[in-house]
Design a protein. Structure first.
Length: 272
């Protein structure tokens, strides 16, 4: 079966023989990481996992990989003051991610790309990635796709804002019927939101914020009104192209530096 013959890149859409043959051809799996949390009156609670899923599928098409059935729920205690939020503990989330990916390693997956759209998942994903590399011999790359989107589109979308234009575009690329721009209301002060997000996103200083309302009292801020389905599709294609290109290069470098080490060779020999 040629790569183009696969009916889908989503693991759960495929049959066992299709998956087995794909692992033999190119043992790459992609794990979407997101969350279920409030995104104001105009975006669904699944915004983060929808974004991660649709970008993962587009990247999988470009890299000839499979998209794993990831947990929709992530680590998001900061949004719990709002009724539509569901969170896991960091330890639970880390273990779920590790066990999903370890299962595929047992079946022959050797390369893992974790594609994340939710900042609260980052610490748990880092620990899980380390565990999957050392214990199961996987070559792992984590991509903070929300930050890639911010770098590429922040200048024209007023930054990466919670419930703002970039997130609206991501959902429009996946489930446009779930975006209700006509319901946009009670947006929090954008200057304060941007200031607080800049504070918590620096590389050197990382304060802990316990409640999203200290960033945006209404739970969201941004200007999603200009988002369209067409622009969402264009953003999706551009993000997928950029991530696939960079990931291809990084995996090649990892093969060069990891493939010849005794430690990695021994781990891979021990992996079923």
């Amino acid at each position: 079966m040629s790569p183009s013959a696969l009916p889908s890149r989503y693991f759960w859409d495929l049959t066992q023989p299709e998956i087995a043959e794909q692992f033999k051809r190119h043992p790459l799996v992609i794990l979407p990481a997101g969350s279920v949390e409030q995104h104001g009156p105009h975006l669904p609670t699944g915004t983060d996992i929808f974004a991660a899923n649709v970008i993962s599928h587009a990247v999988a098409e470009r890299l000839d990989g499979l998209v794993l059935p990831a947990p929709a729920v992530g680590v998001t205690p900061m949004h719990m003051p709002f009724e539509s939020t569901i969170t896991l503990s960091p330890d639970t989330y880390m273990r779920v991610v590790s066990e999903i990916c370890a299962s595929t390693a047992q079946h022959g997956a050797r390369y893992l790309l974790i594609l994340n759209w939710h900042e609260g998942n980052i610490p748990s994903l880092a620990i899980a990635a380390e565990d999957l590399h050392r214990k199961h011999g996987m070559t792992v790359l984590t991509v903070q796709a929300c930050y890639v989107a911010a770098d590429m589109y922040g200048h024209e979308c007023n930054g990466l804002t919670h419930g703002g234009e970039i997130e609206a575009l991501a959902v429009l690329a996946y489930r446009p019927e779930l975006v209700h721009l006509d319901r946009v209301a009670y947006c929090s002060d954008q200057s304060h939101g941007l200031k607080m997000d800049k504070l918590r996103r620096t590389k050197s200083y990382q304060p802990v914020l316990t409640d999203i309302r200290c960033i945006a009292p209404t739970g969201w801020y941004g200007m999603p009104q200009k988002a369209t389905k067409e622009r969402g599709a264009a953003m999706l294609a551009a993000l997928a192209d950029a991530i696939a290109s960079e990931a291809r290069e990084i995996f090649g470098l990892l093969d060069d530096v990891l493939g010849g080490t005794a430690e990695v060779t021994e781990i891979r020999r021990a992996t079923p």
